[in-house]
Structures are given as structure tokens and as C-alpha cells.
Design a protein around this ligand. Structure first.
Ligand SMILES: Cc1cc2nc3c(=O)[nH]c(=O)nc-3n(C[C@H](O)[C@H](O)[C@H](O)COP(=O)(O)OP(=O)(O)OC[C@H]3O[C@@H](n4cnc5c(N)ncnc54)[C@H](O)[C@@H]3O)c2cc1C
Length: 509
């Protein structure tokens, strides 16, 4: 029934691929995926540099949605048997990994989220502990109206802890002071995490009672042996076997819209050759800003201006291969070479630009070519396209990054073996700029009958991979059933969906 429909999907990231897979599985549609980059997986791809693999920021697979979990399990069965110490090159199962990540501040490690352990108090010092305690009590008595992310944090942690752990880090991530950022970001990402929750955890841990566990506290996650890119490449292979078509290096840059329908679109490849695609239906995971500004018949200035002022945060990551780390494993967790056990470390040191540090050896043994004698790190920097960080040469940037890691005592320079730089545009859709006018843009986009907006930048929402996957499924369903698009927009908004989960230790991840 759908066989001759020209269905175009923009983007071969988690949202676009999931949408294609759903359509192929549930109808006779053979979608065409147009992907701007030469890669599969979008931001969730894995980059192979001389046999060492890195994500663009480590990507945990975790979800509270059964449909997504079943889908993941269908592509890569879940395997809990592999340990850090084994390698089986043919393994195409999800590994179950333990989440271990800490905060590095004043050259000391703190649990993330903060726990009330003797080590925390020792590392903070008596003065800071008392100051934080009083600050927290003050914030509980004098709750602030939550107009900004700063208010949000202070209400939950008190001013001293906010200044110690959130203020500068948030500024690094967003390039804006938290007082200038909407509290929405906190509500979506860290709601439920507060000093009260930390206290509850401490008490419940003592009493060993089951209790609600917040998303950010989930301690286990799934991970493909060779990174999330391996999963999405496998998915792309399945899509092609089922009859879907994927054109890489094809950037969509122009839409022809008539009578509230996209009639055709244009794409160009890396050599500048252009291609016209007639379309019956379009699923788009390209950024909302780029999409709106590529429509040639749009006349509503409000929509155009809102799109022009939509903001993003860009991202640079350096893959750094070193012989060894300078920081020592003072935990009881066993690791190869006895390196620190963290998958990633939040760098809260005040005099450096680095935001997070990934240790890919701890994500999966397959990520590092020689995981016995080398450590593969991912250094994460947040920036804006065109700013001074973005414009630095790869050599200068890498030198700066290495110097920073030496300065804060993570590595010694003489142990650096190899490096690679990767730049990611629009890694984070921002909740400032014209975000408060998003409804105008949404209304315009929804008014285009044969357009379905999916994914993270496709919906300008801070989606994780599972949310993006679900938007792909919901959009495919809305199209196949001729039903409303509202369910697609509702993903990652329902309170229970992204906030908390009962007894999540019993969940199948
Ligand atoms: C540092 C970092 C860490 C993260 N960690 C996690 C994590 O641990 N767990 C998790 O679940 N999620 C994580 N995420 C989020 C995850 O990366 C996203 O949820 C996911 O990649 C979104 O998938 P998507 O398909 O919606 O978008 P994308 O991955 O952005 O894919 C969109 C695709 O569209 C293509 N495209 C864009 N414009 C055009 C155009 N004009 N024409 C053709 N193609 C185009 C892009 O090249 C891209 O391939 C992280 C993100 C970042 C930045």
C-alpha cells in the first residue's frame, strides 16, 4: 500500500535509523535516509583512531521504556557474562557495565552525585562542611522563586555547594552563567537530585531499604563492546538488508513547501553535486534552526526570527592515548593496570577549560587496542562554533589540553603517545536564546502536514538516545496510523518518564 511512497528521513543518527527500522518492519515502505556526514550514528557514533575507539562523549545506553529496551535487545542481545578482563572480538552483544564516575576538585575525588561519606567530609575540610550545611539549611528555610538554573541549584543544594560544584561547571558547559539559564534544563536533567535526596540515600543505604532511585543515580548501563557506533552500524546494515537506502555525505539544504506540504527537497554531496528528491513524507532529525531557514517559501517573520535566534552549544573532544595515568586507584574496585575505575570524571578544577574526562578502557575492553599497556582518554570541551576554542588549530588545542591534564595532576606529558581532535557542531540544543518562542516554531513545523520532527536537534530537546529512538518510533506510528503528531512531542516530557523509577535495581538493564 505504501510501496511507491517517497519517504525521506533526514539524519542517520539514533532517531533517523530507528524511524527507518520501524517503517521497514511494520510496512512495505522503503525509506531513503540522507545523512550529511560520512558517518552512521550521529552524535552517538564511535570514532576509530588507529585502532583506539572513542565516543563523542561516552554514551551510556539506559532507558525506562520497555519498547526501546526490547528494540536494543533485538539488535544486540544483552550479555552480562563478559568482564573487563576478557576480550572476544566476535562479541556482538551488549555488555552490562557498572557506572562509576566521580568529581575531581582541588586534585581530590568526590562521589558523583555527592554522598555523605567520611571521605567526602575529609576531602572538603571541616570549614567547607559546616558552611555547606548552614547554606543548605538557609536555602530550605528561604526557598527562592525558580526563575533561573541558579535558583534551581541553590534551592536544592544551598549556595556554598552550588558555588563549589555547579556554578563554574555550568558556565563551562553552556558558556553562560546559571543565573541566565532557564530552570527547565535543571528540571529535565537533574530533577530529583538534591541534598535531600543525597541524605535520603545515605539513610536508606544504612537501613538497606528499597526506595525510588533517580535517573542520574542508576548504577548500571548497557554498552556495545566497540561503542555505540557499533550498534548503529549494525542497525544501518539491517536497514539496508531490509530494503532501506542510506546516502551518506548528503546534506539537505533546501525545502520546497506548497499548500502546507513539502513537495521536494534538495541535498548536496561533499563535491558540491546537488540532488532533487520528490517527497511524500519527510522525517527530519536535522536541527530545527537549519530546517526552518532552509524552507524557501516561508514568509512569517516571527518564525524566521525565532529560528535565527535558536542557540546551541558546540563541543570539541580530544582523544588522547597515554602510557599511564598519574592519578592512582585508591578505591577497592579492581581494574586492568589498576587505573582509576571511573568511566568518566567531572573536572571541577577552576583554572582549566576541560569539562569532563572519559576513560574508554573502563567503558569496554574492546575500545582500546592495547588495554594492558595504554589508556585511551576523551577530553571534553564545550564551546561555540567560531569562538577562540573552536578556531584553534588541532596542534594548539591538543597542546593546551595536554598541559591542562598535566597541570591538574592527571597525566605526565612524557606519557602521551597519540592524539586526535573531533569537533561536533550543535551538540547541545540550548534552553536560552529564542527557546521561549519554541511554540511558534513548533506550530509552524506541525502545520506542514507531511513533516515529522524527530530526535534531539530535530525537536530542540535535550534528548538521550532512548528518547530519540522513541521519537523515531512514534513518528513512524503517527504516519502509518494517520494519527496526531503530539505523541512525538510528548516523548521526554512526561514527568514519570524522565524523572524517577521505582526499584530500578530490578529493571532489566
Ligand atoms: C557529550 C555528549 C554525551 C552524551 N551522552 C549520552 C549518553 O550517555 N546516553 C545517551 O543516551 N545519550 C547521550 N547523549 C545524547 C545522544 O548523543 C543523543 O541523544 C543522540 O545522538 C540523538 O540522536 P538523534 O538522531 O536525535 O540526533 P543526532 O545524533 O544529532 O543525529 C542527527 C543526524 O542528522 C544529520 N544531519 C544534520 N543536519 C543534516 C542535514 N541538513 N542533512 C542531512 N543530515 C543532517 C547529522 O549529521 C546527524 O548524523 C550525549 C550527547 C553528548 C553531546
Amino acid at each position: 500500500m505504501y510501496e511507491n511512497k517517497k519517504v525521506i528521513i533526514i539524519g542517520a543518527g539514533p532517531a533517523g535509523l530507528s524511524c527507518a527500522y520501524y517503517l521497514l518492519k511494520h510496512s512495505d515502505i522503503k525509506p531513503v535516509i540522507l545523512e550529511e556526514s560520512p558517518y552512521i550514528g550521529g552524535i552517538a557514533r564511535t570514532y576509530n583512531h588507529n585502532g583506539n575507539r572513542m565516543d563523542l562523549g561516552g554514551h551510556r545506553f539506559f532507558t525506562k521504556n520497555d519498547e526501546v529496551l526490547e528494540f536494543w535487545n533485538e539488535i544486540f542481545p544483552i550479555d552480562s557474562t563478559i568482564t573487563q578482563y576478557e576480550k572476544d572480538e566476535n562479541n556482538k552483544n551488549f555488555l552490562k557495565r557498572k557506572r562509576y564516575s566521580r568529581i575531581y576538585f582541588n586534585k581530590k575525588f568526590f562521589d558523583y552525585p555527592i554522598t555523605l561519606k567520611p571521605a567526602t567530609f575529609l576531602n572538603m575540610g571541616l570549614y567547607n562542611v559546616l558552611k555547606s550545611g548552614f547554606g543548605y539549611l538557609y536555602s530550605k528555610i528561604f526557598q527562592r522563586e525558580e526563575k533561573s538554573l541558579e535558583d534551581f541549584y541553590i534551592n536544592r543544594f544551598g549556595r556554598p555547594l552550588y558555588e563549589m560544584f555547579f556554578e563554574q561547571y555550568t558556565q563551562k558547559v553552556w558558556g553562560l552563567h546559571p543565573s541566565k539559564i532557564s530552570p527547565d534544563w535543571g528540571k529535565q536533567r537533574v530533577k530529583g537530585i538534591s541534598l535531600t535526596e543525597v541524605l535520603k540515600n545515605a539513610v536508606f543505604n544504612i537501613l538497606k531499604k528499597e526506595h525510588k532511585v533517580e535517573t542520574s543515580l542508576i548504577e548500571e548501563f548497557l554498552y556495545p563492546p566497540k561503542g555505540p557506533g557499533q550498534f548503529y552500524e549494525e542497525l544501518a546494515e539491517k536497514i539496508e538488508k531490509m530494503g532501506g537506502i542510506i546516502y551518506k555525505s548528503n546534506c539537505v539544504y533546501n525545502f520546497s513547501v506548497k499548500n502546507n506540504r513539502i513537495i521536494s527537497l534538495k541535498a548536496k554531496d561533499e563535491n558540491g553535486n546537488t540532488y532533487d528528491y520528490e517527497c511524500d513524507t519527510v522525517f527530519s532529525s536535522m536541527p530545527v534552526k537549519d530546517l526552518i531557514l532552509s524552507v524557501n517559501e516561508i514568509s512569517d517573520n516571527k518564525v524566521i526570527n525565532a529560528a535565527k535566534n535558536l542557540c546551541y552549544r558546540d563541543f570539541i573532544t580530544i582523544g588522547l592515548l597515554v602510557k599511564k595515568l598519574k592519578i592512582k586507584n585508591n578505591t577497592k574496585i579492581k581494574t586492568i593496570q589498576n587505573i582509576v575505575p571511573d568511566c568518566w570524571i567531572y573536572i571541577q578544577e577552576k583554572n582549566v577549560k576541560i569539562g569532563r574526562l572519559q576513560i574508554f578502557n573502563n567503558w569496554s575492553p574492546y575500545m582500546v587496542k592495547d588495554n594492558i599497556n595504554t589508556v585511551f582518554l576523551g577530553l571534553e570541551y564545550f564551546c561555540n562554533e567560531g569562538d577562540s576554542l573552536w578556531n584553534m588549530s588541532e596542534k594548539d588545542f591538543t597542546d593546551m589540553a595536554v598541559n591542562e591534564l598535566c597541570e591538574i595532576g592527571i597525566i605526565d606529558k612524557e606519557n602521551v603517545i597519540d592524539s586526535v581532535e573531533i569537533k561536533v557542531k550543535k551538540a547541545y540544543p540550548a534552553y536560552f536564546g529564542s527557546y521561549n518562542q519554541f511554540d511558534i516554531m513548533k506550530k509552524y513545523l506541525d502545520g506542514i502536514e507531511n513533516l515529522y520532527c524527530i530526535g534531539r536537534n530535530g525537536q530542540h530537546r535535550y534528548n538521550n538516545m532512548d528518547h530519540s529512538t522513541l521519537t523515531g518510533f512514534e513518528a513512524a506510528r503517527a504516519y502509518l496510523n494517520s494519527s496526531s503528531k503530539e505523541k512525538i512531542w510528548n516523548v521526554n516530557t512526561e514527568e514519570e518518564y524522565h524523572e524517577e523509577i521505582k526499584n530500578c535495581h530490578n529493571k532489566r538493564i
